[in-house]
Design a protein around this ligand. Structure first.
Ligand SMILES: O=C(NO)[C@]12CC[C@H](CC1)C2
Ligand SMILES: [Zn+2]
Length: 339
């Protein structure tokens, strides 16, 4: 069947109206969420009514992506799908504009998202090939595709898979998670919102101002019995060393998140003062570290080395002294106890 590109419209999960690219099947008149203007396309599907484990299994084993989100007109009535589709386009544009990266593999790979995974699933994931979004249970979370920092996080997992491919467990897994959080924060960076809170748009709709994780003050968020304190760690000495969560990948990520916060915004942490260098320089340092220096087995110490070397490459020492950017990176990792 022939399909032609059309400009479509629809509301996202917050009720905001968007205009975006879709296609119309000229035979049936059906419209689909396929944006052919970016890379090999941004294609958004819905999972239908199946438990998340069976969807995740089918997608991992058979590359099943779900079902087309259809509309008989160029207006789409699935807010979670509209959010996923428009936010994926924004993340594509960020990597293209900031780093001249053409999609997750830098070779224009198609960006596939599937929404309505599972039943009230309070989660989202990158399964090695595509992005997956739950609807949340309405209390703890709402449709995760509504949060640009979460979508930036998931798609950055895709960039990581195609670059350092950090092993998703232990310290390398925590660096994987942290870089996904860091880039997600930089991609969202919404005026009037706290850039350093993750998932704040979709987290506890009845409690304003909180988030899934905090990068500026990780230890302000309680995560339960994993760590000694029960709070996210903000120093290497407080890292989680158990088996849960693939060895704490979503827990120890907070240590590197705090380093990124200090590099960007500055601050004094456990008596160590860092002069921030701002988002534009910090994102270049982390992107360069990810794409040039980090490898699958990189641990926290190698993350420090990679960030220092990237800062040296980008902001070379002039007077024989390390530049302000290199000093900020060194001080930040000193502050969180990473040698
Ligand atoms: O790590 C993740 N995805 O790869 C998370 C866990 C909590 C947020 C939603 C999904 C981020
Ligand atoms: Zn993640």
């Amino acid at each position: 069947a022939e399909s032609e590109p059309v400009t479509a419209r629809g509301m996202d999960i917050f009720g905001d109206l968007h205009s975006f690219q879709a296609v119309k099947d000229t035979t049936t008149g059906e419209h689909y969420l396929f944006d052919g203007t970016r890379a090999d396309g941004v294609h958004t599907f819905e999972a239908g009514r199946m438990p998340e484990f069976s969807f995740i299994l089918l997608s991992a084993l058979l590359g099943f992506t779900g079902f087309e989100v259809k509309s008989s007109s160029n207006f789409f009535y699935d807010p979670a799908a509209v959010s996923a589709h428009t936010n994926a386009g924004k993340v594509y544009d960020y990597y293209q504009e900031k780093f001249n990266r053409d999609s997750l593999d830098n070779e224009g790979m198609k960006l596939i998202s599937t929404v309505h995974i599972g039943d009230k699933w309070n989660n989202a994931a990158w399964n090695g090939k595509q992005m997956l979004y739950g609807d949340g249970d309405g209390q703890r979370m709402i449709s995760l595709s509504g949060s640009l920092d979460v979508i930036g996080h998931e798609m950055t997992h895709g960039v990581i898979t195609n670059t350092a491919d950090l092993v998703y467990e232990g310290e390398s897994g925590a660096i994987n998670e942290s870089i996904a959080d860091i880039m997600g924060a930089f991609i969202e960076n919404k005026p009037g919102e706290d850039m350093w809170l993750l998932g704040e748009d979709v987290w506890t709709p009845n409690t304003p101002g909180d988030g899934l994780r905090s990068m500026s003050d990780p230890a302000s968020v309680y995560l339960g019995g994993y760590t000694e304190s029960g709070y996210y760690p903000d120093h290497y000495d407080d890292r989680y060393i158990g088996e849960l969560d693939n060895g704490g990948v979503h827990i120890n990520s907070s240590i590197n998140n705090k380093a990124a916060h200090l590099i960007t915004a500055g601050g004094t942490h456990y008596g160590v003062t860092v002069t921030g260098i701002g988002k534009d320089k910090a994102e270049k340092i982390f992107y360069r570290a990810l794409t040039l220096y980090l490898t699958a087995s990189s641990d926290f110490s190698h993350m420090r080395e990679a960030a220092v070397q990237s800062a040296r490459d980008l902001y070379p020492d002039k007077t024989g002294e390390p530049s302000a950017e290199v000093q900020a990176v060194m001080a930040a990792y000193d502050a969180v106890g990473v040698e």
